[in-house]
Design a protein around this ligand. Structure first.
Ligand SMILES: Cc1ncc(COP(=O)(O)O)c(C=O)c1O
Length: 417
């Protein structure tokens, strides 16, 4: 086990070495999508050059596709801590949730209720609202405290009751960075027999996901947010899945992994995602202390090393932001609570539009986003739907020097009239 080595970690990401007109790239756009690990690219090339064929035939390339498809599903199960038959690869999180909202709402009755959250990305809100409208089901809202940037857990008892069919919430916010106590929300939903759905798109890049510990029925994430390709990954608890009628064409298979795959899957995205998991395992081997040889143990160790590094970045950034009074941070700012957030920071800068700030960054080849990132309810609650925020987010390939560079740019912005 080595101490963290920025240069070695960064060398694992080919895109980090690129320059434009001599300028290096500073990627602070991780919450929108991370850069891709070299191991992901290698696996995608394997899928598209060495074994490009559909699955299920008798010749070499198709047989390789079948074999590697299973490898990718097993690795995804290791990533989530579930069984291979509980894993579904799809186009992205949003389309997977639309697909499942259709199946899950088939037996909802008028007068039933669902609980959605005001902190979620709309991918875990909109599909459920549409299904509720179609079935005459009432939507109830789990609110966010705008002072603490946490869910109003104290309202769970009154929100969730015998008519609740579904409870959906996020694991980490793509806007605030807040990490939620999902176990508490899921337990409240399961206590009344509701289906529980967790959006882990923004937590999965930063710490290990354990669906058994969370105890949810469905959990979604997007591999392009954790060093892999554009794809979606959904966990569905086996006993719930057995009760669902798959949304499939007649000749298609009724068994996993095809049960919820409408058409030919992206084999290259599955293998690319496997490559992203290999990257996390490699991080564990190099900079962590795996408790065993399994891919999960190695990934968990990789995350432990990455989280320690990201915490340093977050603390440095939080300290720097606190010293710039013109900046208003929407999210946890107390360094003693850094463990309650991921390194995703949304802010406004007094006297400057978010677009103007983002432009200053872009001119220096520093990639940060402005907008409200489909956190539609939350942006409304905070009065930021029109104005938006500047969002700066880090992944384990970022460095303390990069954080300092970003702070220097922000100090320059506030000095400019
Ligand atoms: C928290 C969260 N959920 C869902 C999504 C949507 O994911 P996808 O683009 O895979 O549909 C995003 C995308 O930014 C997100 O940040």
């Amino acid at each position: 086990m080595l101490t963290w080595n920025d240069a070695e970690v960064r060398a694992a990401f080919p895109a980090l070495a690129l320059r434009d007109d001599g300028l290096p790239r500073l990627y602070a756009d991780a919450p929108g999508g991370t850069q891709v690990a070299g191991q992901c690219l290698d696996r995608m090339r394997q899928a598209m050059v060495e074994q490009c064929a559909n699955e299920g035939g008798l010749f070499l390339t198709t047989q390789r596709t079948s074999d590697w498809m299973l490898v990718a599903h097993q690795a995804a199960a290791d990533f989530l801590n579930c069984d291979q038959d509980e894993v579904i690869f799809g186009l992205n999180t949003t389309s997977l949730l639309f697909h499942f909202s259709h199946m899950l709402s088939r037996d909802w009755q008028p007068g039933d209720e669902i609980v959605l959250s005001r902190m979620d990305h709309d991918a875990n809100v909109g599909p459920w609202i549409i299904a509720a409208e179609e079935r005459g089901v009432t939507v109830r809202w789990l609110d966010v405290d705008p002072q603490t940037f946490q869910y109003r857990y104290d309202t769970l008892d009154t929100l969730i009751g015998p008519r609740t069919r579904l409870v959906a919430c996020n694991h980490a916010s793509n806007f605030l960075g807040t990490i939620s106590d999902v176990g508490r929300i899921v337990a409240a939903g399961r206590a009344v027999g509701a289906v529980t759905v967790v959006d882990a798109v923004q937590s999965a890049p930063h710490f290990p996901i354990d669906v058994r510990a969370i105890d949810c029925d469905i959990l979604v994430s997007s591999p392009y947010k954790y060093f892999g390709p554009h794809a979606g990954l959904l966990y569905v608890r086996q006993d719930l899945d057995r009760r669902l009628k798959p949304l499939k064409i007649r000749p298609a298979s009724d068994t996993m992994p095809y049960r919820h795959a409408p058409g030919t899957p992206s084999f290259e995205a599955q293998l690319g995602t496997y490559g992203a998991f290999e990257h996390l395992g490699w991080l564990g081997d190099r900079f962590g202390a795996p408790t065993g040889d399994s891919l999960r143990a190695r990934m968990v160790a990789g995350f432990a090393a990455a989280t320690a590094h990201e915490t340093k970045l977050a603390l440095c950034f939080m300290e720097g932001l606190a010293a710039i009074p013109e900046i208003r941070l929407y999210g946890i700012s107390d360094p003693t609570q850094v463990h309650l957030r991921v390194p995703t920071f949304s802010m406004t800068v007094a006297g400057h539009s978010v677009e103007a700030v983002t432009r200053v960054f872009a001119a220096q080849n520093i990639y940060v986003w402005d907008g409200s990132f489909y956190a539609y309810e939350l942006a409304g609650l905070l009065g930021l739907r029109e104005q938006g925020v500047v969002r700066i987010g880090f992944a384990h390939y970022n460095t303390l020097d990069e954080v300092e560079t970003i702070l220097e740019v922000l100090r320059g912005v506030v000095r400019t009239p």
